[in-house]
Design a protein around this ligand. Structure first.
Ligand SMILES: N[C@@H](CCC(=O)N[C@@H](CS)C(=O)NCC(=O)O)C(=O)O
Length: 230
């Protein structure tokens, strides 16, 4: 059986969960709602990071690599409107498509670094490196906006791309976390339209953005309200 190790709040892991759903693949959810020790996490991956996927004899970490594996390994696309891409580079411009994915993931890394540092007690405007991470955001957004053809297409024509999915997950994360970041969606109409289209897909609705911060040990029956350790 396939198994995914993930934390509730990770936008990288949410992207992989959405891809698994888009492909109609079942998997065992190994969900962590508390922070494991380094030793515990190292049993799953030497990076200590999630998501990590186990599929038969294959164990992978790094969300972009997991996405690429799933797209190439599983060919069936359930009939749910615009289909999921069959590859991360599908437009005939391989390096340009891959550059978009790498840049989307850098945006996610900037946001999650700021978030994780905040929970370790360092706000981004109190730290030079984190300020630099925050300053990246408008530049990344402007560049990504310029890579979208119009307000109706995603990064790869005629399909839902891994790039579309991860960018939406990272921007949802920024919007839902009180980390003092604003991605400026109003100034980026093509990205805003992309995010709205992605959010309406069943796989996104089935994997909502959940709140997490240290001390959260689970969620109320509504599936959204965090429960804190007392
Ligand atoms: N490049 C990694 C980034 C994943 C990542 O940053 N995961 C975070 C959660 S959002 C994590 O596991 N952080 C724990 C740590 O860095 O120790 C990927 O794409 O999978």
């Amino acid at each position: 059986m396939r198994k995914l190790l993930f934390t509730t709040g990770s936008p990288f892991a949410r992207g992989v969960r959405i891809i698994l759903d888009e492909l109609g693949l079942d998997y065992e959810r190994q969900e962590e709602v508390t922070t494991p020790t380094a030793e515990e996490r190292s049993r799953a991956t030497p990076t200590f990071q999630v998501p990590a996927l186990q599929d038969g004899d294959t164990t992978l970490w790094e969300s972009g690599l997991i996405a690429e594996y799933l797209l190439s390994e599983y060919g069936r696309r359930p009939d749910i409107g615009l289909p999921l891409a069959t590859s991360v580079a599908g437009s005939g411009a391989e390096w340009s498509d891959r550059l978009i994915l790498a840049t989307v993931q850098t945006l996610g890394t900037a946001a999650t670094t700021i978030s994780q540092m905040k929970w370790s007690g360092v706000a981004h405007d109190d730290n030079d490196y984190l300020t630099r991470c925050a300053e990246r955001l408008p530049h990344l957004m402007g560049w990504l906006e310029s890579r979208l053809p119009d307000e109706t297409d995603g990064f790869l024509k005629g399909v839902v791309s891994v790039q579309d999915i991860f960018l939406t997950c990272h921007l949802n994360f920024i919007a839902c976390r009180p980390i003092g970041l604003d991605a400026g969606l109003d100034r980026h109409p093509k990205i805003r339209a992309l995010v709205a289209r992605m959010e309406a897909r069943p796989a996104f609705l089935a994997n909502p953005v959940l709140w997490w911060e240290p001390g959260v040990i689970g969620y109320a029956e509504d599936g959204k309200t965090p429960l804190y350790k007392t």
